[in-house]
Design a protein around this ligand. Structure first.
Ligand code: XMP
Length: 510
C-alpha cells in the first residue's frame, strides 16, 4: 500500500506548524491534529508515520495532555520531539524529572550515529533546545542514542517497535542536521513517498470538486487577494460558470485596484460581478474615528452587501472561501487576547442559507497557495501580491475618513509602489504602504507658507506577519519618496518613515 502521509500530533508546542512545514518541504503531505484525536478519527489510509510534538507541560502533572495511546499499537513508526520524547518514555515505564535549570537555545549534541535517525549526522553537532523536564530513567526496551551536557538522555529509540524520540527540536533551523534527521525518519524509517507537489494538488482538487459538486451552483466573495483568487480559480476550473464570484468595491481600495483586479479576473476566465458600493461605505464611516468601530462598520456592511448580492444571484448552495491552514489552526485555538478584530473581506456571512462551505486551500500554507496559483497560471503579480487588510485604506487614514484623505493615501501609496518597483525591491518587502496622519505641519512651498498633513511610510520585513522589523530602505529611495510625495500630492506637507518593529507595534497603524 502507498504510504505518503505523516500525522503530527499537537501537544501545544511553539514549533508545531514548523514540523508540518518541514515534512511538506520534503515533498510528503503532513497534517497537524490535536494530540487527543482518537484513532477512529484519524484517516489511517496511506499513513506512513506519526510525530508527537513538543509542549509546555510536564508529563508528571496529573492533568497533562495525553494522546490516544492506541497509536503505539498501530505498528507505525513514531517520532517524539521534546514533550513527545518525555511522553513516550513515561508511557513505556521510564521516568522524567524536572531539574533546577532548563536548557534553552543552541547546544552541542552528541549522537550515536549508528541509529537510523542519525544516519549521516556528525557525532558532534549543534541543535536547538527548549526544555525544562528531561529523562531520568530510560523505559525498558529503549536505548539512549543522544546526549547533551545538560540532558544526559537527549535521544532514545526502540528499533524493534520503530519508535524514536529526541529532546531537542530538529525542525528549527538552528539545529544543524535537523532536516536530515527528520528526513531520516520520514523517508528512510517511515518509508513515506515524496509525492506532495502543488501542481498535483491543484489537479487532484479540481477533479475532486468536479466529482463531488457536479452541477451545483456556488458563490465566492473575491477580495483581490491571493487566497480568494486562487480558491476561486481552482473551483472555476472544476465547475466553470456555475461559480459566480462577487467583488465588492468598498471605496477603500488602492489606486486603480478595482480596475486592475477585475482585469486579472477576466484574464483568468472568472465569472465575476463587481458591485460599487463605495458611497454607502463612506457615508456609514462619516465621523467615525475609533479603529475598532471602523473595522466593525466595514466588516458588517461588507457582509450585508455580500448577502444582498448573493440573494440577487440566487440558487447557490455552496460558499467558496479562501481559508488557508494557519486560519484553520488559529480558529481552533483559544484567542485569549484580541489585539485587533481582523476582518477578512472574504469572511463567512454567518446567517446565510448555504448547505456548505467549499474551502479548497484549507490544508495549505501561504507559500503553497502561491505555488498552486503558479500551477494554475495566475499572473505572477497577483500570486506574489503583498497582503492587504480587509478594511483597506480605511485603517490607513488615521481617525475620520474622508474622500480627500483617502485620495492622499491612494496617491502616495501609488508613488511608493512605483518607486519600490524601480529600486527592484518589490519581492523583498513583506508589506509597504502609506498612512495619512491628522498632524498638521508648517512648510514652504514655492515662496508661500504651507500648512499640510504628515504622511508616514511603512515598509516591513516578515515571514508570517506575526513579528516584523522595519525594512532598511535605501536612503536614496526614502529621499525620492519624500520629494515626490510632497511635490506631487496635494495636501502632503511632510513625510516620515516609521521604524517601529512588531511587537510592540503592529503592522497597520490602526
Ligand atoms: P497587524 O496590523 O495586526 O496586521 O500587525 C497583521 C497583518 O494582517 C493584516 N490586517 C488585516 N487583514 N483584515 C485582514 O484581512 C483586517 O482587518 C486586518 N488588519 C490587519 C495587515 O495588513 C498585516 O498583513
Amino acid at each position: 500500500m502507498k504510504k505518503n502521509k505523516i500525522i503530527v500530533l499537537n501537544f501545544g508546542g511553539q514549533y508545531d506548524q514548523l514540523i508540518v512545514r518541514r515534512v511538506r518541504e520534503m515533498g510528503v503531505f503532513a497534517e497537524l491534529l490535536d494530540c487527543s484525536t482518537r484513532i477512529e478519527d484519524i484517516d489511517l489510509k496511506n499513513l506512513a508515520g506519526i510525530i508527537l510534538t513538543g509542549g509546555p507541560q510536564s508529563v508528571n502533572d496529573k492533568n497533562s495532555l495525553k494522546a490516544d495511546d492506541r497509536i503505539f499499537d498501530l505498528g507505525l513508526p513514531i517520532l517524539g520531539i521534546c514533550y513527545g520524547l518525555q511522553y513516550i518514555n513515561h508511557y513505556f515505564g521510564g521516568s522524567v524529572e524536572t531539574p533546577k535549570n532548563g536548557e534553552y537555545g543552541k547546544t552541542p549534541l552528541f549522537v550515536d550515529n549508528k541509529s537510523d535517525l542519525f544516519k549521516g549526522v556528525e557525532q558532534e553537532s549543534v541543535i536547538w533546545m527548549n526544555h525544562r523536564d528531561r529523562i531520568k530513567d530510560i523505559a525498558d526496551g529503549f536505548k539512549k542514542t543522544a546526549w547533551t551536557l545538560n540532558a544526559p538522555v537527549a535521544g532514545i529509540e526502540n528499533k524493534e517497535k520503530s519508535i524514536y524520540a529526541v529532546q531537542f527540536h530538529p525542525e528549527v533551523v538552528h539545529s544543524e542536521y535537523g532536516r536530515l534527521m527528520l528526513e531520516n525518519f520520514v523517508i528512510n524509517i517511515a518509508g513515506a513517498q515524496r509525492d506532495w507537489s502543488m501542481a498535483d494538488f491543484a489537479e487532484e482538487k479540481i477533479r475532486e470538486i468536479k466529482e463531488k459538486y457536479q452541477g451545483e451552483k456556488m458563490i465566492c466573495g473575491l477580495s483581490g487577494g491571493v487566497d480568494s483568487t486562487v480558491a476561486a480559480t481552482l473551483v472555476s476550473k472544476a465547475i466553470g460558470d456555475k461559480l459566480q464570484c462577487i467583488f465588492v468595491d468598498h471605496g477603500l481600495l488602492r489606486k486603480d485596484e478595482a480596475k486592475t483586479v477585475m482585469k486579472t479576473y477576466e484574464h483568468l476566465g472568472l465569472n465575476v460581478k463587481m458591485v460599487d458600493r463605495s458611497k454607502e461605505f463612506l457615508d456609514l464611516l462619516k465621523g467615525v474615528t475609533e479603529p475598532e468601530e471602523k473595522r466593525k462598520i466595514i466588516g458588517n456592511h461588507f457582509v450585508e452587501v455580500f448577502e444582498e448580492e448573493a440573494k440577487k444571484i440566487g440558487g447557490a448552495k455552496y460558499l467558496v472561501q479562501g481559508t488557508i491552514y494557519p486560519d484553520v489552526i488559529e480558529s481552533g485555538k483559544d484567542k485569549a487576547s484580541v489585539i485587533k478584530s481582523h476582518h477578512n473581506v472574504g469572511g463567512l456571512p454567518e446567517n446565510m442559507d448555504f448547505v456548505g462551505l467549499v474551502e479548497p486551500l484549507r490544508e495549505l500554507f501561504k507559500d503553497e497557495v502561491r505555488k498552486v496559483g503558479q500551477a494554475l497560471d495566475i499572473p505572477e503579480d497577483m500570486v506574489q501580491r503583498q497582503p492587504f487588510p480587509g478594511p483597506g485604506l480605511g485603517i490607513r487614514v488615521i481617525g475620520d475618513i474622508t474622500e480627500e484623505r483617502l485620495e492622499i493615501v491612494r496617491e502616495t501609496d501609488a508613488i511608493l509602489r512605483e518607486e519600490i518597483e524601480n529600486f527592484g525591491l518589490k519581492r523583498d518587502i513583506w508589506q509597504y504602504f502609506t498612512v495619512w496622519t491628522p498632524i498638521k505641519t508648517v512648510g514652504v512651498k514655492g515662496d508661500a507658507r504651507s500648512y499640510d498633513n504628515v504622511v508616514a511610510i511603512r515598509a516591513v520585513l516578515s515571514t508570517d506577519a506575526m513579528t516584523v522589523e522595519a525594512a532598511n530602505l535605501p536612503y536614496d529611495l526614502i529621499q525620492t519618496l519624500a520629494n515626490r510625495m510632497i511635490n506631487e500630492v496635494k495636501g502632503v506637507g511632510r513625510v516620515v518613515y516609521d521604524i517601529t518593529s512588531k511587537p510592540p507595534g503592529t503592522i497597520e497603524w490602526e
